[in-house]
Design a protein around this ligand. Sequence first.
Ligand code: GSH
Length: 224
Amino acid sequence: MSYISNYRTNALLYIAFFIIKEFKLKVYGDSQSGNCYKVQLTCALLNIEYQWFPINILKDDNKKASFLNKSNNGKIPLLELDDGRCLVESNAIINYLAHGSYLLPNDVFALAKVQQWQFFEQYSHEPYIAVARFISKYLGLPENRRAEYESKHLGGYKALKVMEQQLQKSDYLTGDKITTADIALFAYTHVADEGGFDLSQFSAISHWLERIKMQDNYLPMPLL
Ligand SMILES: N[C@@H](CCC(=O)N[C@@H](CS)C(=O)NCC(=O)O)C(=O)O
C-alpha cells in the first residue's frame, strides 16, 4: 500500500515538475509568420523549451483584451517569462533568448554588427519581402492589393542584393559564425518565393540558406 502511495506521490511530483518546466516560457505567435518563426528557430537551435500559444491575426486574436493586456501594440511574436514579464519585437526576443550562447557575440562591435543587420531587416527587408508574402500567401493576392504587392518587389530585390554582396564575402552575415542576425534575415528570405521573389539569381544567398538548414537542431517552418 505504502509502495503504491509513494509511487503516486513520485508520479505527481514528476508531472508537477514537468508542467512547471513546460510553462517557464510562453510564446504567442503564428508559425507561418517569419517574425514568429525566428523565435521558434532560435529556441530549436538552443534547445530552449517553451509553450506555444497560437494567435490567429486574421481572426483578430491579437486585438483581444487578453492579448493587448500583455502588449498594447497588438503584434506577434510575444514572449512571456515565468514571472509574467513580456517582451515583443522579434529581434529583441531572439537576442534575449540567445544571450550567453554561441548565437550572440559578447564583443561590443560584433554585437553591434548583429544589430546592424537586424535593423536592416526591419527597415529595408521585412517591409517589402514579408509584406509581399503576406498579401500573396495570407490574403490570396486580391486584386485591390496587387499594385501594392508589385510595388514591394523593387525594395525587396534591393535588400536581397545587399545581402548577396555581403554573403559573397563571408559565410554568414557578420562573419564566419552564425548569429541571430542570420536567423532574423533567414526567416523571410527562405520563403521569399511566396512573395514572388526569384532567389535563383542570388547564389551566395542560396548557399547561405542551405548552410542554415544544415545547422544542428534546425527546425523548418511548418507547412500549412
Ligand atoms: N517589428 C515587429 C513586427 C511584428 C508584426 O508586424 N507582426 C505581425 C505578424 S508577422 C502582426 O502581429 N500583425 C498583426 C497586426 O499588425 O495587426 C517584430 O519584428 O516582431
